[in-house]
Design a protein around this ligand. Structure first.
Ligand code: UFG
Length: 335
C-alpha cells in the first residue's frame, strides 16, 4: 500500500474531501471513523476502519496494521449550540479522545499530525480580518475543546517531539466539484445547505438569525471557504511536515465576508429559485463578523484557493444537494 495516512473522521464532510485530495496526491487515506455522524458512501478512496478515538486497543490495531507515517485528525463533535448544553460531551470526545490518539501516536513513534482546528478558538474578534496572532478566547465549549487540543499538541511537541500543524477553518462550505461527495449533516445547522434545502422545497423557509447586527445589511458576516480548497490545504500541511516543518497553526479562509442576506441572494441567483426567508431572533454566541486572514498559509505553504468565489461554492453545493435527493431515494449505499 502506498503512503498510508490515517484520517480520523474520514467519513465526515471535510474528512472525506481530504481523503479524495490525499488519494489524488499519491497517498492511501485510511479512514478511521466511529460512524456516529459519518457516511459509508463518503469513504471511497481507501480502506475504511470503523473505530472510536477513545478505543485505544482498536487504534493500536489499526496503527499496527497500516504503519502510517502521519495522521490527519478530524474526528470531533462540531455543534456549537449543543456544546453549550452538554459541554462534557465535547470535552470527553474532542479533548479526551484526542489525548488517547496522541498517546497512541507517541507509543507507535508517529510524529506528524495535521489537526482540524477552528476559528471558534478566537472567540469574539478584536479586529477583522483575524490573523493567527489574534488572542484565542473561545466563547463556547466547542471552541474551547479545539483550543485545548492545540495546547496538548504544543506540550506533546515539547515532551515527545510531535510535529503538528493546526488548521483553523473559517466557514467550510460547498461540495466536491465532481459531486462524488458533499455536505450531509443530521441535524443540519449550517446556513448554505439550509438555504439550498429551501430552494429545493425540502423546507418551507430559512430563518435569518437576527438582522440588527452592526453590519451593512444587519445580518452576520462569515468567510466561506470551499471544502476542496480546505482539503488541499491538509495535503500541503502534510507535505510540509514530511519536509521537516515545525509545529504551527494556519488560518484557512478566503479573506472576505458575506452576510446571511448576500448568501441567500447568491443562492437565488445560482439556482434560479426563490428562497422564502423570515427574520428570527439572534442565535446566542454568533459574532457579527468573522473573516480570516490566510496570508501565512499562502506565503509559507503556497496554498491557493481555486474555488473561492461564493457563486462557485454555492453552485457545487447546489449540484450535490440535488443529486443527494436521488441518492437518499436509493439508500445510503447507492454511491
Ligand atoms: N444562520 C442563519 N440561519 C440559519 C443558519 C445560520 O441566519 O438557519 C446564520 C448564522 O447565524 C451565522 C451564519 O448564518 O451568522 C453562518 O452560520 P453557520 O451555522 O453556517 O456557521 P457558523 O458561522 O456558526 O460556524 C461556526 C464557526 C465555525 C465552526 C462551526 C461549527 O464559524 O468555526 O460554527 O459548526 F466550525
Amino acid at each position: 500500500m502506498r503512503n498510508p495516512i490515517i484520517v480520523t473522521g474520514g467519513a465526515g464532510y471535510i474528512g472525506s474531501h481530504t481523503c479524495k485530495a490525499l488519494h489524488a496526491a499519491g497517498y492511501t487515506p485510511v479512514s478511521y471513523d466511529n460512524m456516529v455522524y459519518g457516511h459509508h458512501w463518503a469513504v471511497r478512496w481507501g480502506p475504511h476502519e470503523v473505530g472510536d478515538i477513545h478505543d485505544r486497543t482498536r487504534i493500536d490495531a489499526v496503527l499496527e496494521e497500516y504503519r502510517p507515517t502521519a495522521i490527519i485528525h478530524f474526528a470531533a463533535y462540531a455543534y456549537v449550540g449543543e456544546s453549550m448544553q452538554d459541554p462534557g460531551k465535547y470535552y470527553r470526545n474532542n479533548v479526551a479522545g484526542t489525548l488517547t490518539l496522541l498517546e497512541a501516536m507517541r507509543d507507535h513513534g508517529i510524529d506528524k499530525l495535521v489537526f482540524s482546528s477552528s476559528c471558534a478558538t478566537y472567540g469574539l474578534p478584536e479586529q477583522v480580518p483575524i490573523a493567527e496572532e489574534h488572542p484565542q478566547r473561545p466563547i463556547n465549549p466547542y471552541g474551547t475543546s479545539k483550543l485545548m487540543v492545540e495546547w496538548m499538541l504544543r506540550d506533546f511537541g515539547d515532551a515527545h517531539g510531535l510535529r503538528a500543524i493546526a488548521l483553523r477553518y473559517f466557514n467550510a462550505a460547498g461540495a466536491d466539484p465532481a459531486s462524488d461527495i458533499g455536505e450531509s449533516h443530521d441535524p443540519e445547522t449550517h446556513l448554505i445547505p439550509l438555504v439550498l434545502d429551501a430552494a429545493l422545497g425540502r423546507r418551507s423557509e430559512v430563518t435569518i438569525f437576527g438582522d440588527d447586527y452592526p453590519t451593512v445589511d444587519g445580518t452576520c458576516i462569515r468567510d466561506y471557504i470551499h471544502v476542496t480548497d480546505l482539503a488541499q490545504a491538509h495535503v500541503l500541511a502534510l507535505q510540509a511536515l514530511e519536509q521537516g516543518a515545525s509545529s504551527t497553526a494556519y488560518n484557512l479562509g478566503n479573506g472576505y465576508g458575506f452576510s446571511v442576506r448576500e448568501v441567500i441572494d447568491c443562492v437565488e441567483r445560482v439556482t434560479q429559485r426563490s428562497v422564502p426567508a423570515l427574520i428570527g431572533a439572534r442565535r446566542p454566541g454568533d459574532p457579527p463578523r468573522l473573516v480570516g486572514d490566510s496570508t501565512r498559509i499562502r506565503a509559507e505553504l503556497g496554498w491557493q484557493p481555486v474555488y473561492a468565489a461564493l457563486d462557485t461554492i454555492i453552485a457545487t453545493a447546489w449540484r450535490w444537494s440535488r443529486q443527494k435527493k436521488a441518492d437518499d431515494q436509493h439508500g445510503p449505499n447507492h454511491v
